[in-house]
Design a protein around this ligand. Structure first.
Ligand code: FAD
Length: 383
């Protein structure tokens, strides 16, 4: 694995850092306080090429490689995880799924729109009664002639109240994962409703919604992939999605570390900067080492994908380690800031609140351990 970045990757990383510092960081606290980011950020993310980063050029994207994608995610995670999630879901979970599984017609219709930000996408897998056990979902899609009629509800859906298209997973066959299919559902279809979920601990600026589908009719051409492969589509998307989340966690931890170093050099106690005390340096050193380790795990996933090798277990390892480190690093940053870290005047309290969900979504920490354990032993300990 070559750790040297190409000139293009380095330029992209610099561009991402500049963009985030200009368009995201100055607004982040305000968006968090009022629990809503400005909707025009989506157009800006599209214009700078972030929403189509890995989409092939023929479908309106910039055809970037997976490491470039991770560098962009790292900077987004440093700037504001609420914004990182918008991109992770619209491009990472839905755009990439359409690119992999879509018909030519689906690709030509949706990918240019998702890449430009004209259409935002959401990923509707989780339901009120099925989270980790997503294969047992109960939303139904019933075939009626050339259409499917979809009924059910989805919970905790990122971009849920903003999205123009929802990738909805619904049951077309018998019980279990093999009876699940995937559908691209325009959110303005009759019978489609969404409700905003407010009061989140973190990612407060991000739209998180409940989706209600009451007899939503879509043509059979809206089905993504064959009948019965929906769960495979979801799990394939989540393997790459875990790389996205992990890269965002690296950025979050890096942001917490950068803020801590700056503050520790400025803050004076007992007659000298607190950065000069060994116990403070220990916290900074722990954050730095674990964040670098997380980054290397993330880059390994990108490398495996680029080389066409299996990457699922590596993605689980990266997500598990990077998300737990993000929580620890943000918590240590508050310790470095002392009482000021407890106020939202400074960025570190938000880092901790935003980090907390990273160990929950796209497979909880326990689910990642079960995936890794199954790969090591061959024994399924999920049930
Ligand atoms: P549960 O599955 O009920 O888990 C509760 C606890 O039980 C956890 O600690 C879990 O690890 C543990 N547990 C469960 N099963 C086992 C087992 N077999 N062995 C050991 N421990 C177990 N979903 C989407 O589809 N699309 C989205 O865009 C999306 N965005 C989200 C955004 C936010 C802010 C949040 C909070 C969630 C989002 N989710 C989304 C849902 C998320 O993926 C689920 O919350 C997650 O999968 C966990 O499911 P659950 O909340 O139902 O918890």
């Amino acid at each position: 694995m070559d750790l040297a970045l190409t000139g293009e990757q380095q330029a992209l990383w610099d561009l991402a850092r500049d963009f985030i510092d200009r368009e995201v960081v100055p607004h982040s606290r305000e968006w968090d306080r009022r629990e809503a980011v400005d909707r025009d950020i989506v157009g800006k993310l599209g214009a700078v090429g972030f929403l189509g980063m890995t989409i092939p050029e023929e479908y309106g994207g910039s055809g970037g490689d997976n490491l470039s994608y991770c560098l962009m995610m790292e900077e987004l995670g440093r700037g504001d995880s609420a914004i990182r999630g918008i991109v992770s879901v619209s491009l990472g979970l839905v755009g990439k799924s359409i690119d992999k599984w879509g018909t030519e017609e689906q690709k030509r219709h949706w990918l240019p729109r998702i890449s430009s930000g004209e259409s935002l996408a959401c990923f509707g897998l989780t339901e009120p009664d099925t989270g980790s056990d997503a294969g047992n979902l109960s939303t139904k899609a019933v075939r009626e002639g050339d259409d499917y009629v979809i009924t059910g509800s989805k919970m905790f859906i990122t971009n849920g109240t903003w999205a123009d298209v929802a990738l909805v997973f619904a049951r077309t066959g018998g019980p279990g994962a093999k009876g699940v299919s995937a559908f691209l559902v325009p959110t303005d279809a009759p019978g489609f409703e969404h409700r905003e979920i407010k009061g989140k601990l973190g990612l407060r600026g991000q739209s998180t919604g409940e989706l209600i589908l009451d007899g939503v009719r879509v043509p059979a051409s809206a089905r993504l992939g064959d009948e019965g492969v929906g769960f495979k589509i979801a799990m394939t998307a989540l393997d790459k999605g875990r790389m996205s989340v992990a890269a965002g966690c690296v950025g979050l931890a890096k942001g917490a570390l950068e803020a801590s170093v700056k503050y520790a050099l400025e803050r004076t106690q007992f007659g000298k900067p607190i950065a000069g005390y060994q116990l403070v340096q220990e916290m900074l050193a722990d954050m730095a080492v674990n964040t670098d380790a997380a980054r290397l795990l993330v880059w390994r996933v990108a490398d495996l994908i680029e080389r066409g090798l299996p990457f699922g277990t590596a993605a689980s390892m990266a997500k598990l380690y990077a998300s737990e480190n993000a929580v620890t690093a943000a918590n240590l940053a508050i310790q470095v800031f002392g009482g000021y870290g407890y106020l939202d005047e400074y960025p570190v309290a938000k880092y901790l609140r935003d980090a907390r969900v990273m160990t929950l979504y796209e497979g909880t920490t326990q689910i990642q351990k079960l995936l890794i354990g199954r790969a090591l032993t061959g024994i399924n300990a999920f049930v």
